[in-house]
Write a protein that binds this ligand. Sequence first.
Ligand code: ADP
Ligand code: MG
Length: 537
Amino acid sequence: MQKGQIRVNTENIFPIIKKFLYSEHDIFLRELISNATDATQKVKTLSSLGESKGDLGELRIDVILDAKEKTLTFSDRGVGMTKEEVDKYLNQVAFSGAEEFLTKYKDANIIGHFGLGFYSAFMVAEKVEVISQSHNLEAPTVYWSCDGSPEFELYEVEKKDRGTKIILHINEDSKDFLEPSKVKSVLNKFCKFLPIPIYFTDVAEEKKEDAEEKSINNTNPIWVKKPSDLTKEDYENFYRELYPFNETPLFWIHLNVDYPFNLTGILYFPKIKQSYEIQKDKIQLYSNQVFVTDEVKEIVPEFLMLLQGVIDSPDIPLNVSRSYLQGDPNVRKINAHITKKVADKLDELFRNERESFEDKWESLGLFVKYGMMTDDKFLEKANKFLVMENAVEKKFFTLDEYKTATEALQKNKEGKHVIIYTTNPVQQDAYIQAAVAKGYLVVKAETLVDAAFINHMEMKWDNVAFVRVDADIVDNLVDKQDNNESVLSKEDAETLKKLFEFPVGDLHLTVEVKGLVNNDAPVVATRPEFMRRMKDM
Ligand code: ADP
Ligand code: MG
């Protein structure tokens, strides 16, 4: 038997890291800025504990583009690294200084985890130089460089200010990162809400005298603030910051959990049109204010994807692969939590502001029905606030209210409660009028989601059957109200019936003469349901 250690051949692993570490090359910017942010947070933490002596000074991150030199430089005023630290953190692939710091200081603001991010620089750079001065000012400033082969250089240089400067020599294939617009847009995507101010400088651009410097990020987005400190305007303004071209949202939920996982965020309910529109403005996922993705398909329950806003959780790993995220137990817990919050908010709105809830039903309905069909926990709660709209007047019923209102009349032979619905109030108006005349309650089910919803609810709701208003079966219901006297005598009604049957007889229509009962049509000609279907076939 032989026992031993697997050896990694760095010669071979490097190209793999460079090519396959991340599917998107843009990500190197996120990684380097996250490291600079971590370094800055660390120096703040150490300083507050008295473990870092020097003056903190202005804490900022600079991204400097020099297209002529083909370099992109990231400069921070964070903890920096000693020569030993560079050797430990940079020369060991997959050794995470962040993880180490977290274990020691439990600092919840740290982003890094895996010790791979730094190497993403080699996806776009043929050579990377690092100049770093540790916060321990007695340590000399160090210089490290590597051209993407497993060999590196490391030596001491002339003393510099505290912090780290990382210079990427952009490779031929990645020239687009020498375009200021490209760099700015990627920074904007990933770093818009990072907690440390980030400044972008294009060396080629002429500096205007006393031009005001402006950081590219909002370091204090409202989702990290206390809900009690925020106004309606704050929420609406932030929504506009996220989606500048959208209509004002209907309402929002401020998420704030710290046990059993960390999660903050704001979810907005947009106005949803009555169709399965693909939302282009999606929920954005952040981890400690670093943008992770807006492809939340596997992370957020499908029906919640109709919502917008941000979710921020350091417990969602900034990970390389999304399939990993799907199986992550934290992600599943987060899902369940968000679903519960959303259901609770809808319930609260329904109970406290029913009128406004009903006004918004056109948008909410699609969302609620979709949720009820895909998530049983949500269904359970939504049973209380799902409403159905009366087809003939603007009036809404919950399931229970509908049952109570129709208790006497709308039971079928099996004793099930019958919900009579219309898929098209205009076309089916004659049927609706007839049903209403009999005292039935007809509700609207005219949206795209309704057919599937009805199918689903027939399985989920005990003792409920759905019947479309134009189906023959409506005639089979218990009919207690039709004992009103007609204004016509029996003979007159017979004559009238014959008169109408004569021209329409060949069309297989059934003529019914009612006189003027319940404001009903005095004469109704209907085609049996099976005939209508035959024609549709
Ligand atoms: P991670 O961030 O997941 O720990 P990285 O590969 O991104 O892994 O970085 C490895 C380590 O290198 C970091 O944990 C940190 O200790 C060190 N490091 C990287 N960039 C900087 C920086 N700008 N300032 C100080 N230390 C840094
Ligand atoms: Mg990192």
